[in-house]
Design a binder for this molecule. Structure first.
Ligand code: GAL
Length: 423
């Protein structure tokens, strides 16, 4: 009788033990649910995700796929919802997060994540990703998320017809940019579209301005404490930013990033500076690169590539662990990345993507990623911790309104100290 009782107890707790161990080979994907959390709701980004979901469903038709999205570019709303869920020990099975500081300095250090190193090793991925990308994903000897892409932040997109009709040459320096902007004003066209109803877009624009003003070495030093936030370069960047803001659409505070991109599509604005998810958006509206829209590195940044990477994670306590591992396996695969990225407007994080599947813009991004100086994005979690980015966004909210260079510079210097990076 006692033996039978023991057997029943063992049978009852065995599945719990297996789930607790995480990644056990006894787990099998293919039944139950899978909840994937992201902020990809706009044209292009949602299409890329849908393509990966299609692949997952084909492989695991019996899994109920829950595509949990919270609208708001750069995770401006999603991150708060995620924080509430993580706090309540109710994590999604896998969530989108920027590779690097955004994940490591928050959820990894808070001991809320499971490492995914074994997924990399089991699938033979260690030499399928650039070493620099693996380094960004690694902390304390473990890899913490599976990247799906590489995005470029510093791109100036323009309406080719507006440029041709007005006899304009695409600007590559700040001087050329301001010259073109003045001509556009004279032609009664908004020079540059901004949609900062999520303030991250102003931070996004400013990171390009910082890089274009001071160059890659000093830009990198901003995030490691070797470039002085109180110095002349930051001041010059803020002054360039003030000038650029005088050329943006008056309703910028009411628009989202994709609504700003739409102004360019409609010819109501000539240019916008946005990450290459804007390419995904343009294509979702039926446009093609070098036809209706063109692209160059934002002023002063040619030869430099501000990078960021979207990745997916394995939170501790994920309810559908095996299905989540299967999702991550798809995210990191060549097949998954080649389905996702051509629509998303990004390039694979892997080195073996099938180039033929990518359009002319994305092929140029692949070439630039291999040959340019790579620097990290602030607005998208690669350069600094989430707390620092939030402080920076708060500074930008004030700055866009009052355009007080001295006050913004002092606040930025303090934010670096508060982040524990500057003395
Ligand atoms: C970025 C993200 C991109 C894109 C963009 C706009 O933070 O890395 O994949 O989604 O936000 O939503």
């Amino acid at each position: 009788m006692k033996k039978l009782y023991l057997l029943v107890v063992v049978l009852m707790i065995a599945p719990l033990l297996l789930a607790g161990c995480g990644g056990s080979s006894a787990e099998k994907a293919g039944t139950g649910k899978l909840e994937i959390f992201s902020w990809w709701t706009a044209g292009g980004e949602a299409d890329g995700l849908a393509e990966m979901i299609k692949l997952y469903r084909a492989k695991y038709p019996d899994v109920e796929f829950i595509n949990a999205t919270v609208a708001g570019g750069a995770g401006s709303n999603a991150k708060a919802v995620l924080a509430t869920r993580m706090g309540a020990d109710d994590p999604p099975d896998s969530f989108q997060v920027h590779a690097g500081h955004e994940l490591i300095d928050s959820w990894v250090k808070a001991d809320k994540m499971e490492p995914v190193t074994s997924i990399f090793k089991d699938n033979g991925w260690m030499d399928k990703y650039p070493k620099g990308v693996i380094d960004i994903l690694t902390y304390n000897g473990e890899i913490w998320s599976v990247p799906v892409n590489i995005h470029r932040s510093n791109v100036l997109w323009y309406n080719t017809k507006v440029f041709a009709d007005n006899g304009l040459t695409v600007p590559t320096s700040f001087d050329e940019f301001f010259d073109v902007a003045n001509r556009l004003i004279a032609a009664d066209i908004t020079p540059i579209a901004l949609g900062d109803n999520g303030i991250w877009t102003a931070t996004h624009l400013f990171e390009s301005v910082l890089l274009g003003t001071m160059g890659p070495e000093k830009y990198k030093g901003l995030w490691t404490g070797t470039t002085d936030w109180n110095g002349a370069d930051v001041k010059a960047a803020l002054e360039n930013m003030v000038k650029i803001l005088s050329y943006v659409n008056t309703d910028h505070a009411a628009l989202s990033w994709d609504q700003a991109a739409q102004l360019v599509i409609d010819g109501n604005a000539a240019m916008t500076i946005m990450g290459d998810w804007a390419e995904g958006y343009f294509k979702s509206k039926g446009l093609t690169p070098n036809n209706e829209f063109g692209y160059v590195p934002s002023p002063g940044t040619s030869g430099n590539f501000i990078m960021l990477s979207d990745s997916f994670t394995l939170p501790k306590g994920a309810k559908d662990h095996a299905n989540a591992v299967a999702w991550l396996t798809l995210c990191g695969s060549k097949e998954g990345q080649d389905a996702f990225n051509p629509l998303k407007g990004s390039i694979p994080a892997r080195t073996d993507g099938d180039r033929a599947l990518y359009d002319v813009y994305l092929q140029s991004a692949m070439d630039d990623f291999n040959s340019n100086t790579i620097v990290p994005s602030l607005a998208h979690g690669a350069a600094a911790s989430e707390g620092w980015v939030t402080a920076f966004n708060d500074i930008m909210t004030l700055f866009v309104t009052n355009q007080d260079v001295a006050a913004a510079q002092t606040a930025m210097a303090k934010a670096c100290v508060d982040a524990g990076v500057c003395k």
